[in-house]
Design a protein around this ligand. Structure first.
Ligand code: GLV
Length: 310
């Protein structure tokens, strides 16, 4: 029987092996770097495998990202054209992400940055209450995660818009698309949440130029990838008052180096890439289905478009 290769820094191989065994009892599951005969590997379930590691696996049919993003796979430029690439699409992860986005939207909307500062100063100080329907939340990226978050935020009465490559039809969510509508979308966004895939087109999308197109005092929430943000530009924008605060779950370098100014900035909250962790309990079935299809010579679900890189 063909074999599956597993690699991750954070996910437990034991959990995945046990999760997959419920659906494919005799699965030949190999954990990197114990590959065995590389020609037996037909399916790779991986997160951030060192580039070049897959090239000796001549029979590799499909690579499944152990997450929603596939940018880590494209860091390897030697993956053969014939190898299919897929990712997890898991309602459990979408719910987790929406919770994390909501937590931060609500903290900014309910003047958390200000009240936390008053608390540090032991000041009993009351600000005028904010108006939910006046608060404009913008979601960059309306894929599986972005559209779930947009719907849930809209259900609380916020004025929600999204920006994506092509227009989207989501109830109570205004849709902006393409490069020529980005500025207009940013102009009307008080709280910006980035849930884009990282591609050559979205790398560095939040720079001095785009941050200056937000209304003064806007907030940034990033659960996409660290490279969506030009860090120096964000720090400058916060220090000038253009941006009032940021909640970040993803960084250029992870773990975030101890010397990075984000760690100690009073207006930046750092999270250790936990907004939507992959979960063998909820996702093993879809991965097992994909393995069964691939081993049977069929195409699995949730393939990504290699040209678009998402
Ligand atoms: C996590 O960052 C993921 O891509 O799922």
């Amino acid at each position: 029987m063909p074999a599956v290769l597993f690699h991750s820094k954070n996910d437990s191989p034991e959990d995945w092996e046990a999760g997959l065994a419920k659906f494919i009892p005799n699965l030949d599951f190999r954990v990197w770097p114990d590959v065995g005969d590389p020609s037996e590997i037909e399916f790779a379930l991986i997160w951030a495998l060192p580039p070049g590691s897959l090239k000796q696996m001549d029979n590799l049919q499909c690579i499944c990202s152990l997450g929603q993003g596939v940018d880590h796979i494209f860091n390897d430029t030697e993956i053969p054209e014939k190898t299919k690439i897929m990712r997890l699409v898991d309602p459990w992860m979408a719910q987790a992400m929406s919770e994390w986005i909501l937590l931060n939207v609500l903290r900014f909307h309910r003047q958390g940055i200000e009240y936390e500062q008053f608390e540090r100063e032991k000041k009993w100080h009351v600000l005028p209450p904010p108006e939910t329907s006046d608060c404009k939340v913008g979601i960059l990226g309306l894929g599986e995660l972005g559209s779930d978050a947009a719907k849930k935020i809209a259900s609380l009465g916020f004025d929600v818009a999204g920006w994506s490559k092509s227009p989207k039809d989501i109830k109570n969510v205004k849709s902006f698309s393409g490069d020529n509508q980005l500025e207009y979308f940013l102009n009307r966004t008080d709280i910006l949440c980035c849930l884009l895939p990282l591609t050559p087109e979205t790398d560095g999308i939040l720079s001095s130029k785009t941050l200056s197109q937000l209304p003064r005092g806007a907030y940034i929430i990033n659960a996409g990838r660290g490279r969506h943000i030009v860090d120096e530009d964000l720090l400058k924008a916060i220090d000038s008052g253009q941006i009032s605060g940021a909640a970040l779950d993803v960084f250029h370098e992870e773990p975030l180096p101890e010397v990075h100014p984000y760690w100690t900035h009073p207006k930046v909250r750092v999270w250790p890439h936990v907004s939507a962790q992959s979960n063998a309990g909820s996702a093993a079935k879809q991965v097992a289905d994909a393995i069964t299809k691939v081993f049977g010579g069929k195409e699995p679900d949730n393939l990504i478009n290699r040209k678009n890189q998402y």
